[in-house]
Design a protein. Structure first.
Length: 341
């Protein structure tokens, strides 16, 4: 059943509970455990076999921006040729640098689509230097600087390419959104149990962590020379993410650091969601139950390292750049750490 904005779902109205979660991370200050993050996580082989499950990995969660790879593939499989940085911006949650905005504007311009067609909310860039520059120019926030604008631009290009209406492209009954739902089901092997509206206005479909990890593993291991068209597009997307990490998030942000330094296919989602896949296809999907992302990256990396998919020494080498240090009076006094058993 396809859903509308006004009548979204009669499926379960919540994700897993506190009782179904496990401790995934701690925040330590001067040797004192100040906070704990509970959640659930699953690690799969490239073939989809469960290597490790922590907490409830079968109840549905909203993947939030971790669903963007599926949305990008649906666009690409709809006849839109996206390669390199263009593919990366389509799956990005970008920081709104001028380079990001230029990529979004170029996508729209080549298709003859006005910037005003973007239906994502107007926003200030998350990148402080770009935001300050706009303020000095007397400019205001705009949809093109919103972190999901690349996805929205790609969606609009798919609509133009296929003769679908640009207006209403976020409605669940729109042909593009039906195509995205089909791609989600095809790659994850699961029919979503609920549909909501994401922060950017696009539909977001509830999946189990296991299904989400399975779908991401299939994307991350796809090859651009596959005999199957949709997996060729998935292969081009996976290549683009690994080759253009700065586009996927932004300079100094965890996703970009992990892509550039460790070569992972990784995508953060709001409300504590994280997916990450290593070169051998071993994939983790997790959700911090409280929605806080500060420990998500280190938990995902530790799980991949424990599974032998990446080296523990490589994880240790990038820890200082992931913003995990706890400060007191401007001095380091503690650390955010993975703490699952």
């Amino acid at each position: 059943m396809h859903l509308t904005h006004d009548s979204l779902t009669d499926a379960p109205a919540h994700t897993f509970t506190v009782g179904d979660a496990v401790e995934l991370a701690t925040i330590e200050r001067n040797g004192f455990i100040e906070s704990r993050h509970a959640g659930s996580a699953v690690v799969l082989t490239s073939e989809g076999a469960v290597l490790r499950a922590l907490g409830d990995v079968t109840s549905p969660v909203f993947p939030r921006s971790s669903m963007k790879p599926f949305q990008a593939i649906a666009v690409m499989a709809s006849g839109v040729t996206l390669r390199g940085e263009d593919a990366a911006i389509a799956t990005s949650s970008h920081s709104g640098t001028q380079r990001h905005a230029d990529l979004v504007r170029a996508l729209l311009s080549r298709a003859g689509i006005p910037e005003t067609a973007l239906a994502c909310p107007a926003a200030w860039p998350n990148d402080s230097a770009t935001r300050d520059a706009l303020v000095r120019l007397g400019a205001g926030k705009a949809p093109v600087y919103m972190e999901c604008s690349g996805k929205h631009a790609a969606m609009l290009v798919a609509c133009k390419q296929n003769g679908w209406a640009l207006s209403g492209y976020l409605e669940p009954e729109h042909p593009l959104q039906k195509r995205i739902l089909d791609v989600v089901e095809r790659f994850t092997g699961e029919r979503p149990s609920a549909t909501g509206i994401d922060g950017c206005g696009a539909p977001v479909h509830a999946l189990s962590l296991t299904a989400l990890a399975r779908g991401i593993a299939r994307i991350a291991t796809s090859k651009s020379n596959s005999p199957f068209a949709i997996y060729r597009e998935a292969g081009f997307l996976a290549e683009a993410v690994r080759q253009h990490g700065w586009v996927v998030a932004g300079p100094g942000l965890p996703d970009t650091i992990v892509i550039e330094r460790l070569g992972l296919f990784i995508k953060t989602g709001a409300e504590g969601i994280m997916v990450a896949s290593a070169a051998n296809g071993v994939t983790v999907a997790l959700k911090m139950l409280d929605g806080n992302l500060r420990a998500a990256t280190i938990v995902a990396l530790r799980l991949l390292a424990d599974a032998g998919a990446i080296a523990h020494t490589d994880v240790e080498a990038i820890l200082p750049d992931l913003g995990l240090t706890v400060y007191g009076g401007g001095r380091p006094v503690g650390q955010v750490s993975a703490s699952y058993i």
